[in-house]
Ligand binder design. Structure first.
Ligand code: AQP
Length: 332
């Protein structure tokens, strides 16, 4: 079976973007692939965070993943900091990746914002850690949202340079797996910005934990243009907000944007938004109930994660030993 790896930061409650662009697509891969999924807390500390909240957020993210359908028995589900291979391999990759490569990463520019000098050096080398996450397991397929493509190209450059510098065909090539109509869900306040769990405005996103009223209110207030919905997908050109809302309904309903517009084309947004809010609430309610049930027994979630970390170590440790031998470290 081909091995897949993917991760998500415990930097807040997962959003509809994380769910539609990533988590939801991870579920079926459990049965067709050797699937490894990780709550990436080492990545989460690259940006301002609250140390008093991090552990709870990590557990909450794991519970959300399980509630969305990841089964700790059918996949390897664990917390990044529990498996030392990630940090060890990331250090080696810090010494393989070139500054020029990192300088081209658009996510760093977005996340560092205007005051780039004040960004952590961890944020800068984030893509090296991400390459290590994947390559520590020799994973070859990475289901991600469309925003992560550039980082995966960098991971391939790192793997190739490592293989070249240390004279071995050791790390495999990685392929991104970008799925579905909602590969990029946009902010509800600005159709040109992606929906993000750490956006300053809570109104910009749907959190998986938002109740029915919050979902309805956020959708009602979502920015739109004054025109009615177009009759076909071609009419979404240049209408980022309309495209986003149509894309969300399509993703939730398991339809194409074209089919959504066949049903709703010509309607005004106020009518369409009600349909959308209702579909979202119906979709999210069972996930929320399951999340709540899981968090009622935090010990059980932690135990599942401990077991996941053990299974992850069993895969990563021999790969790490060989990587360190190739680099020339004195064996322990
Ligand atoms: N808006 C989005 N649409 C589609 N997919 C998305 N992803 C994130 N936002 C969207 C996908 O979610 C996975 C996990 O992301 P992450 O937690 O590792 O970090 P991120 O990409 O930086 O996500 P956020 O929500 O924007 O988090 P913060 O605000 O903490 O930085 C990835 O596969 C990503 O593609």
């Amino acid at each position: 079976k081909q091995r897949v790896f993917s991760g998500i930061q415990p930097s807040g409650v997962p959003t509809l973007g994380n769910y539609l662009g990533a988590i939801r697509n991870w579920v079926p891969l459990q049965d067709t692939h050797d699937a490894i999924y990780c709550v990436v807390d080492l990545h989460a500390i690259t940006q301002p965070f609250d140390p008093k909240q991090l552990a709870a957020q990590t557990r909450e993210m794991a519970a959300a993943l399980i509630a969305c359908g990841l089964d700790p028995e059918r996949c390897v589900l664990f917390v990044q900091s529990h498996v030392h291979a990630h940090a060890r391999l990331a250090w080696i990759f810090n010494c393989v990746a070139r500054l020029g490569w990192l300088n081209r990463m658009t996510q760093f520019k977005d996340k560092a914002g205007k005051d780039r000098e004040a960004a952590s050096s961890g944020l800068y080398v984030y893509p090296n850690l991400m390459a290590a996450d994947i390559l520590a397991y020799h994973a070859t397929l990475v289901p991600v949202g469309d925003d992560q493509k550039q980082h995966l190209e960098l991971a391939n450059d790192i793997a190739q340079k490592f293989n070249h510098d240390f004279g071995a065909e050791f790390f495999p090539a990685i392929e991104p797996l970008i799925q579905g109509v909602a590969a990029r869900v946009m902010s509800l306040r600005d159709g040109t910005k992606k929906m993000s769990k750490s956006d300053a405005s809570d109104q910009s996103r749907i959190n998986l934990t938002d109740d029915a009223d919050a979902v309805a209110l956020k959708i009602r207030r979502a920015r739109t243009d004054p025109e009615p919905l177009p009759e076909s997908a071609a009419g979404l050109e240049g209408r980022a907000e309309a495209r986003n809302l149509v894309g969300i309904l399509a993703a939730v309903a398991g339809a194409t944007p074209e089919a959504v517009l066949r049903d709703h084309g010509g309607k005004g947004f106020s009518e369409f938004k009600e349909v959308l809010a209702e579909a979202l609430v119906a979709h999210l309610t069972p996930i929320q109930a399951e999340m709540k049930r899981l968090l009622g027994d935090p010990g059980a979630v932690d135990a599942a994660l401990r077991l996941g970390a053990e299974r992850a170590r069993a895969v990563a440790d021999p790969i790490m030993t060989e990587a360190e031998r190739l680099v020339g470290f004195l064996p322990r």
